[in-house]
Design a protein around this ligand. Structure first.
Ligand SMILES: [Zn+2]
Length: 406
């Protein structure tokens, strides 16, 4: 008798068992002494040895005997109850996963129940999407000034022929305004207004849906709805351009315009950071400290003055690294530290920056700046020579600001 067998208890469920039958059942449950997952003999061999008809031993065992044991596998991991098995297959199953049959069945019922609930919820979300989001229309009057610019920029850059699928891939570096942060903000606002639809896997644009709209794909799962009020995307595009040029805005539009201007400038400053790293051969750590430093700097001066401040401090970092031994952990933080200190000293001494430095070629104007400058400024480089506050007042200064949307 093997170690394992000693730990198995065979319970005989009927009276008057013959010696042969008992031995056949023992043979059926004989385990390999080395490996508790292996049985010593084939069922057919045991049948032959004890004179049983072929194919009857498994049935006999199943109907009349139960086996349990000392192993932890014989106790259900869920309810803790002792488990009984009546076939080799069941024995091997509980060795792998010691759940009693009741617990196993209950979990299966629960899983099926949850799956049904999930399907019902999926259907509900899809129906809501089809009935509400797909059917609702919008007009350009529902859009804020910046949202109009955003959609205009997107449409004007595209071939609006109906047979061409309009795609700006999420993976590509292409942006609509030229500034990722601004794109994200505009898309999330337009999603909230139902103008842009995001198919996040929970809802689908099924072919069979009868839908009164055309959709233009912004990126793989982001679609711009074309309003029923305009006969084509060209019409919509023209209307948006008209709104942009009219310069009619409300007081609430000013916040969005200000956010856009700040995002543009921050984007410019990050391009300066990229350039400084190459030009001065230093490493500048991108983190929240750098971000708030750049925001502070950009709120104070024109891009040309910011470039001067950043260049001056990057030069100081390069010379510091050259003369002092700085660890590779400290080095990337020096630029933020030096520039922060520079601004602080200036504040304490009540000094302001008078110098400018030519903005490097790698700092490009975004399509958004180009569009605004083309219509409202003399040249796009004027934007560079102004601080964000000055850009705002120059731009808003020539627009018609009203209290609210008429
Ligand atoms: Zn159980």
């Amino acid at each position: 008798m093997s170690e394992y067998e000693r730990d198995l208890y065979i319970i005989y469920g009927k009276e008057g068992i013959s010696e042969d039958e008992k031995e056949a059942v023992d043979a059926y449950w004989s385990l390999d002494g080395e490996d508790s997952k292996k049985f010593l003999c084939y069922v057919s061999a045991a049948e032959g040895r004890y004179g049983l008809e072929a194919g009857t031993l498994s049935k006999l065992v199943k109907e009349n005997y139960w086996v349990t044991g000392r192993y932890s596998a014989f106790f259900c991991v869920v309810c803790g109850e002792r488990t009984f098995v009546s076939s080799r297959a069941e024995y091997l199953r509980i060795k792998k996963n010691s759940k009693c049959i009741e617990c196993k069945n209950r979990e299966e019922r629960e899983r099926v129940g949850l799956e049904e609930l999930r399907l019902v919820e999926e259907l509900r979300v899809q129906r809501k999407f089809e009935e509400e989001q797909l059917q609702a229309d919008y007009s350009v009057n529902d859009l804020s000034y910046m949202e109009s610019i955003f959609i205009f920029l997107w449409l004007s850059d595209k071939n609006l022929s109906r047979d061409v699928k309009q795609i700006i891939s999420k993976e590509s570096t292409e942006t609509i305004t030229g500034i990722t942060e601004l794109d994200d903000q505009m898309i999330s606002q337009l999603v909230a207004k139902g103008v842009v639809l995001v198919l996040d896997g929970r809802v689908k644009l099924k072919d069979e849906i009868s839908c009164p709209y055309d959709f233009l794909e912004i990126s793989q799962e982001v679609f711009l709805k074309v309003s029923k009020q305009y006969s084509s995307a060209y019409d919509l595009c023209d209307k948006l351009h008209e709104i942009f040029c009219s310069g009619n805005i409300t007081i609430t539009d000013i916040d969005e315009i200000s956010f856009a201007i700040k995002s543009v400038r921050l984007n410019n400053l990050y391009s300066v950071v990229d350039w400084l790293e190459k030009d001065r051969r230093i490493v500048i750590k991108r983190n929240i400290k750098l971000d708030s430093l750049l925001q502070d700097l950009s709120s104070r001066y024109s891009l040309a003055k910011c470039t001067y401040v950043m260049f001056y401090n990057a030069k100081a970092v390069a010379s510091d690294i050259h003369t002092n031994i700085r660890s590779s952990v400290v080095q990337p933080h020096l630029f933020t530290k030096f520039t922060g200190g520079y601004l602080k000293r200036g504040d304490e001494m009540n000094l302001t920056v008078r110098y400018t430095k030519v903005v490097p070629y790698s700092v490009e104007t975004s399509v958004f700046e180009a569009l605004v400058c083309d219509t409202f400024f003399d040249t796009e480089y004027n934007w560079f020579s102004l601080s964000p506050k000055e850009v705002l007042s120059k731009w808003v200064g020539v627009m018609n600001v009203s209290e609210e949307n008429v």
